[in-house]
Design a protein around this ligand. Sequence first.
Ligand SMILES: [Mn+2]
Length: 579
Amino acid sequence: MISIFYWKKIHKYLIKECYYAKIIIVFLIFKSQKYMFKRILILLVAILIAQDIVAQELTPTDFLPKEFHKNRRDALRKKMPQNSVAIFVANPLRNRANDVDYVYHQDPNFYYLTGYREPDAVLLIFSEDQTTDESSYNELIYVQKKDKNAEMWTGKRLGVVGTKEKLGFVNAYNGEEFNDVAINFKNFDKVLLFDFKDDYRNSSRNNADVFDLVEQLKQKTGYSKELIPNPTKDNLYKKIKATEIENSANVAQNLGRYLEYYPDLKKDELLVGYQQATSNELRKEFKQKISLKLDATPKTNIDVRALGQLMGSLRETKLPEELKLLKKAVEISAVGQIEIMKAMHPNMSETEIQGVHEFVYKKYGAEYEGYPSIVGGGGNGCILHYIENNKTKVGNDLVLMDLGAEYRGYTADVTRTIPANGKFSPEQRLIYDIVYDAQEAGIAESKVGNSFFSTHTAAQNVINKGLVKLGIIKTEDEKHSYFPHGTSHHIGLDVHDASASRNFSENMVITVEPGIYIPEGSPCDEKWWGIAVRIEDDILITKDGPVNLSADAPRKSEEIEKLMLQKSILNDFQLPKLD
Ligand SMILES: [Mn+2]
């Protein structure tokens, strides 16, 4: 017999050196003459193999593989301008209250390129190999260090070794070493980065958190706010510079709208002066000053715009590994809609409805929701991003449910609107069917070569025609706010995913989500008030036309009613009454 103490020691050693241990034991099995000893060894190797299998099955194994991320870094490198470096900073931890933080979520660009799911890290990608006396590299990653005490409280960290082994980086270091790195950023033609948001805290207990890493980056790159043009202001300056003085009155009028929309711009005396000028002569003076200021803009190699474009051009088209995860996220979200269609009744609260969806997500092992769940009964559905979800009884209203599971980083975005009592009222059905037809028209336009303009115009036309027919608006070209949002966006690691091209191409995944919202007090017959409908599906663009990935969840009004007749196991799920 082996005592527990010794077994633990041996066990620890074997786990650590598991691979070699198994080889040695198998070798001993063949060599051993003693039958009993042979049996013990066979048992031992069987236990080790079983442990391997169990260990593999207890945490998700279908995250993107390290090869995917490496391949994406190579793809970015190919797109980068010559002699440039791209800098990515991990998302920071954010405080919720007192000593409790919000659930951590990685920055999608950082995740796309690394697979790293912890805070406090920096990634540098170089367009060409950087050669020093000791080494040559084309990428560096700095991660949070292993820390026994911290890991006891907040979970395991990959550390440098894990980052090398699990994520496949050759040059990984602790964040604390970043300060000592001798890279002269002035030597690059371009230093590409996403402008720093400065919206996080400096933890006094961590000298390599995002705050510290960003401070060091600013110092190393010579970053200062003055060097970075405000993109809106910069564009306006350029527009004014390029405008002939005869046309300046129009530009000044447009400028007025910008100043209202971005009150911060009102601090700029030249813009305000140009806008308020009462003659071409005066505007000419301001134009000259603006041109001089543009020419005098301090030169820097820091570029805060190009990286968004480069990352968008990579992320907008999904690779097969991504499509597999994205499809799963969408299918999970469709099942959530199906289950609630069976379970819904007028006494349910918005919170409970949300819970049913999210329970389904968790049941499938989805790690998050892709965005805060939206469940709005009746008029609450008119609030586009309604997330209070606190109506205690949905009654006989329509319930608008816009939710998406996030599965291994990829998020769905699926909306269904259903009558809580299982049957659309005549008014509800009339509005619903218009939105359905608008969505069909939008989906039909989800083709290679088309754009968001195509899906939106198709949906908008159907909605306008429908609203005229019901007498809610008078003419098809009447301006109204019953459909106040766009029809489509990309989905992926972000629910509103990154993109760079204007037109659709194969393997993009977009939403098509028209809606009609008629809040109380709208200028139409009262019988429509409080009706809000949105239908949203996730569409894969293929060369053979649109593929609806969320088609499992019924969309037609009759099909929804039919499914709602089914009983749900959740209706029999009773909890004790509490005071
Ligand atoms: Mn959406």
